[in-house]
Design a protein around this ligand. Structure first.
Ligand SMILES: *[C@@H]1O[C@H](CO)[C@@H](O)[C@H](O)[C@H]1NC(C)=O
Length: 364
């Protein structure tokens, strides 16, 4: 009887141990991933020892049911006590090993703000069917976004901002119908945006500033119903602003500054959901549309450094709100309207035009 109990207990215990520890193949993949990285200051990988990679391995977590590695969450800037003790932010060199792709059940890969991780994004990550979050912000990654990125049919976050990523946006990217957050800021990505960018129907933030994008802004973007934040600034976009952008239901921030955009400001943008609008440093001409009204609520409206002519439209005085306004460095002329949106504005909002006058500039 005692022996029987002992045997049962042993079997149960052994079973518990096997369930609790991660599969040896996942552990090996993690160790191979680690061996391509060098983290000299914090010692985060010191915790990657023993057999159970699901238990107390820094930045590793497993699915409680399958016990497969589900998340790699390594942030070089964090509140974690390990950083406080070291009194510094993280720094890591090396590369992201393709061994990471052996972790078949990965749902998130966050390897962020390590400043020194270089090499390319392994192309094999496009074969991780459960991947939802790919966040590699703030490293020195180069090379392209993998061409097969569109295979990731569960991806919601793609963030490779602040790296040295080059080449063009792969055409397959617009097939990721689950994508909500696309952040490619501050890289070296060139070429045109896919014409069917608007297929990204779940997108709420599209941040593409500080790259080398060229060509026109695809009007299909305005089909993205949930898009709240569109930042295309500091690129080489040309052509006109699609008027349909001003008809978008929830678009509240539109940054197109620092491009080669020409033509007139669409009248639709003046009375729209957009509350932060930066069109500064382009080649916009024509007059500012005389279409401000109670629907015009601008926390910030920056139209500086363009080729705008004519007067400041009288309707602007009837806007619901204009917090920050910059009309400087244009060819505007005539009397600055009075009215509540203008009461708090200073001369700097109006300087370097052809012949504006009235408060807060010199009298007419
Ligand atoms: C608008 O964009 C310009 C050029 O990129 C930048 O200098 C300026 O600070 C921006 N304006 C606001 C209000 O953020």
């Amino acid at each position: 009887m005692a022996l029987k109990l002992f045997i049962i207990a042993t079997v149960v215990l052994a079973g518990a141990v096997t369930v609790a520890s991660c599969p040896p193949t996942d552990r090996e993949a993690l160790l191979a991933f680690r061996s391509a990285l060098h983290e000299p200051y914090l010692g985060i990988f010191n915790s990657w020892s023993g057999y159970d990679c699901c238990h107390n391995w820094y930045g590793v977590s497993c699915d409680p049911e399958t016990r497969r590695v589900a998340d790699i969450n390594l942030r070089g800037e964090s509140e974690d006590p390990i950083f406080e003790r070291a009194g510094r932010t993280g720094y890591m060199t090396g590369t992201i090993s393709p061994a990471i792709c052996k972790l078949r059940r990965l749902s998130s890969i966050i390897i962020a703000d390590w400043k020194g991780i270089s090499g390319e994004i392994p192309t094999c990550i496009t074969s991780l069917p459960f991947l939802r979050i790919l966040d590699l912000i703030g490293n020195k990654l180069s090379g392209p976004i993998p061409a097969g990125i569109g295979r990731l049919q569960r991806l919601t976050v793609l963030n490779v901002a602040d790296n040295l990523i080059s080449a063009t946006i792969p055409s397959s990217l617009t097939r990721i119908s689950t994508l909500t957050h696309l952040d490619l800021r501050n890289n070296r990505i060139s070429g045109e945006l896919p014409r069917d960018f608007g297929r990204l129907g779940m997108l709420s933030r599209a941040l593409l500033s500080r790259n080398q994008f060229s060509g026109t802004i695809p009007s299909s973007i305005s089909n993205i119903y949930r898009l709240a934040d569109l930042d295309l600034s500091l690129n080489r976009f040309s052509g006109q602003i699609p008027a349909s952008l001003g008809k978008m239901a929830v678009l509240s921030t539109l940054n197109l500054d620092g491009n080669l955009i020409s033509g007139q400001i669409p009248i639709t943008l003046i009375n729209s959901a957009v509350s932060i609008l930066n069109l500064s440093r382009n080649a916009l001409d024509g007059e500012i549309p005389d279409a401000f009204g109670q629907g015009s609520y601008f926390t910030s409206l920056d139209l500086s450094y363009n080729k705008l002519r004519g007067p400041i439209p009288k309707s602007m005085a009837g806007a619901a709100y204009i917090g920050h306004l910059d009309l400087s460095h244009n060819h505007l002329c005539g009397r600055i309207p009075g009215g509540s949106p203008f009461d708090h504005l200073e001369a700097s909002s109006f300087v370097y035009n052809d012949c504006l006058c009235g408060k807060p500039l010199r009298a007419c």
